[in-house]
Write a protein that binds this ligand. Structure first.
Ligand code: NAD
Ligand code: WQD
Length: 336
């Protein structure tokens, strides 16, 4: 039996594949390489001394997906494939709805057609919207403030409806907080196209000299130092959360949302100062007005993951930043 990993050459997917290969799982990756490269596959092979089956295909391509299920005996799907840039999603919403929502519906239809009803889905803390106080827990109402967030919310709602219509489905909807870090080997890590949107890749590129200066979006929030607070989680912890979710999937009935976060909040300036200390590099920054749509504080209540999956985050902030810096300094231009 094999595991199908959509989006498996991406940032979180590649780290999850490494953890699954360590357990001798048979892995099939489907990725259209919209935001990744096949060079990742050589790196995965270097780390694990194992290889995967790679299929370059788009999850929106029904025939290609049917072929994957026809040719392989698939037991469960981990569905990472999607576009994830919040700003871009407001500029080209139809591409996001098509790729993320239509692509997911096609995938779920093909899964149903081939009787594969075990799924781990990449959701996001973005579904908590802007009106819930942290710590955020899974019982809180959901909403979205941008097209990217809407796609995650829509897919979650589709999955809740699907699970209520057919009790054979077992679905873990994993709501990630802010994934950072990289594999300790420094061989795989986050490799955003163009100028990074997210804080950590931006800071790392300033430290390595690719970007001149960080803009800190607001220092007048009601937080420890006025800058935004987030729940940063090591990508390897996140990957291990997927392994646990797959292990427990047979016990999950229906569609269950599960936060994957540490439960701790860290401010932008705490990140900048820790990065500076660990890398020994200057991180020049300038405070600019708040970014539209940002809120002061976001962190998880991670107790459901603990009780349901027996999972909790293990890596501290210093390790997350050490690993980010090792990846960035060894690969200043990503996988190129
Ligand atoms: P990523 O861009 O590195 O990986 C996504 C992968 O999906 C890429 O390799 C891309 O080429 C592939 N892909 C995109 N559209 C596809 C399609 N139509 N068909 C086949 N492949 C396709 O992103 P990531 O950070 O690894 O995120 C993985 C998932 O987790 C995404 O669904 C994202 O929305 C979600 N998520 C990410 C974060 C984050 O901050 N990184 C937070 C919460 C949720
Ligand atoms: C973190 C903090 C910024 C960049 C986003 C998505 C969310 C999820 C994770 C996918 C905030 C500040 C940032 C910069 C800054 N992705 N910042 N200067 O906004 O918490 O979450 O990624 O699901 O959906 O919205 O992450 O890394 O962009 O920002 O000051 O150049 O860093 O204001 O306080 P965010 P982020």
């Amino acid at each position: 039996m094999s595991l199908l990993i959509t989006g498996g050459t991406g940032f979180i997917g590649s780290h999850t594949v490494v953890e699954l290969l360590a357990l001798d799982k048979d892995i099939i990756i489907v990725d259209n390489l919209a935001n990744s490269s096949t060079l990742v596959l050589d790196r995965i092979n270097k780390i694990t001394e194992k290889s995967v089956t790679f299929i370059q295909a788009d999850i929106c391509d029904r025939q290609a997906m049917q072929q994957v299920f026809q040719q392989h005996d698939i037991d469960a799907v981990v569905h990472f494939a999607g576009l994830k840039a919040v700003g871009e999603s407001s500029a080209i919403p139809l591409s996001y709805y098509h790729n993320n929502v239509s692509g997911s519906v096609t995938l779920f239809q093909v899964m149903a057609e081939y009787g594969v009803k075990n799924l781990v889905f990449s959701s996001s803390a973005t579904v908590y919207g802007e009106n819930n106080p942290s710590p955020l827990d899974e019982s809180m109402p959901t909403s979205a403030t941008n097209p990217y967030g809407q796609t995650k919310l829509m897919i979650e709602n589709i999955l809740f409806d699907l699970a209520s219509s057919d009790e054979e489905w077992s679905i873990a909807c994993l709501r990630y907080f802010n994934p950072i870090g990289a594999h300790e080997s420094g061989l795989i890590g986050e490799n955003p196209n163009g100028i990074p949107n997210n804080l950590l890749p931006y800071v790392a590129q300033v430290a390595v000299g690719r970007l001149a200066q960080l803009q800190v979006f607001g220092d007048d929030y009601d937080t420890v130092d006025g800058t935004g607070v987030r729940d940063y989680i090591h990508v390897v912890d996140l990957a291990k959360g997927h392994v646990k979710a797959l292990e427990k999937l047979s016990k999950i009935k229906g569609c269950v949302p599960i936060n994957l976060g540490t439960g701790n909040g860290t401010s932008v300036l705490e990140i900048v100062n820790t990065f500076k200390d660990i890398s020994g590099q200057e991180i020049p920054y300038k405070v600019v007005p708040r970014r539209a749509g940002d809120i002061a504080t976001v962190f998880a209540d991670a107790s459901v993951a603990n009780s349901l999956l027996g999972w909790s985050a293990q890596y501290d902030l210093s390790t997350m930043i050490k690993d980010t810096w090792r990846w960035q300094s060894k690969n200043p231009n990503g996988f190129e």
